[in-house]
Write a protein that binds this ligand. Structure first.
Ligand code: FAD
Ligand code: FES
Length: 273
């Protein structure tokens, strides 16, 4: 059992959990995730390790309540326990040195991009970050992102905070300013990663995305996280979650993410009754 030692609402429908998981914290690296099961009848869901404290033996997860399991999790309180926290899973984020890296976190993607930007900065890279959300109420960790970035840009779709527009607009401005960008890392919704990867393609800028397909076991056995990258079948849980954004078949990913919409809606409705 894994005890929740901290809980905080950090944006609309978005909750930060600090959970005692010393074995996970000891090995966690930026870019990895855990598979969580709340109770014996619960489904397994993947959540990114947004931060970890090896000394305290805790990991931090930021959870957006979208359906039954994430809503159930958001109702747990400090002192409550989670049945299983399996991890760290997935490959750590690929690290580079002596590079100018643009780190983009869209919506909930701000949480997983944070430890990656921090590690890149710690290795001496120049880190320019762009964080964005639909509106100001969904933004979080501007302060944390500022700490680990040489420059930070904030955008919202509706213009309620920062620049009005999408992260891709800010990125295109940076590119057209003549900046020599070595790599772009994008974490956000599948559609946002698709659009932003397309924007860098004509410039030949290496573009990394962290994919979010449906996962069950997180260890390469069930096949549910199957994605097509460069024409080859890959399992995001063991081969990723990072892939070359110019090689990913995003249309297939988007279709597979919607595969169980009817069942998910029903589970949510029954849970909320
Ligand atoms: P549901 O109603 O069941 O699903 C809502 C939507 O979430 C679905 O349409 C589908 O697109 C997606 N989804 C559903 N089940 C899964 C599943 N088993 N695996 C992946 N996606 C699913 N969310 C966060 O809030 N914080 C995170 O840090 C985070 N990290 C993730 C890391 C990885 C590697 C992946 C693959 C996903 C991550 N997610 C994260 C997404 C999170 O797992 C889903 O939002 C969650 O599983 C939804 O479950 P639900 O029952 O609340 O909603
Ligand atoms: Fe089962 Fe990746 S989650 S193979």
């Amino acid at each position: 059992m894994y005890r929740i030692v901290g809980k905080k609402e950090i944006a609309f429908n978005t909750t930060l959990f600090e959970v005692e998981a010393p074995e996970v914290a000891r090995k966690a690296l930026a870019g990895q995730f855990v598979v969580v099961r709340l109770d014996e009848r619960g489904e397994r869901i993947p959540l990114t390790i947004a931060d970890f404290d090896r000394g305290k033996g805790t990991i931090t997860m930021v959870v957006l309540s979208v359906g039954k399991t994430t809503k159930k999790l958001s109702r747990l309180r400090e002192g409550d326990h989670i049945l299983d926290v399996a991890g760290p899973l997935g490959n750590p984020a690929e690290m580079v040195e002596n590079s100018l890296v643009v780190c983009i976190g869209g919506g909930l993607g701000i949480a997983p991009i944070y430890p990656i930007a921090r590690e890149l900065k710690a290795r001496g890279n120049k880190v320019i970050s762009i964080i964005g959300a639909r509106s100001a109420s969904l933004l979080f960790w501007e302060d944390r992102m500022r700490e680990v970035s040489d420059e930070l840009y904030v955008v919202t779709d509706d213009g309620s905070y920062g620049r009005k527009g999408f992260a891709v607009h800010q990125l295109l401005d940076l590119i057209s300013s003549g900046m020599r960008i070595d790599r772009v890392i994008i974490i956000g919704s599948a559609i946002m990663m698709k659009v932003t990867s397309e924007a860098t393609r004509p410039y030949g800028i290496k573009t990394i995305v962290s994919l979010n397909p449906i996962m069950v076991d997180g260890t390469g056995m069930c096949g549910s996280c199957r994605v097509t990258v460069g024409g080859k079948t890959r399992f995001a849980c063991v081969d990723g979650p990072e892939f070359d954004g110019h090689e990913v078949d995003f249309d297939e990913l988007l279709a597979r993410l919607r595969m169980y919409s009817a069942e998910e809606r029903l589970a949510d409705e029954l849970y909320m009754q």
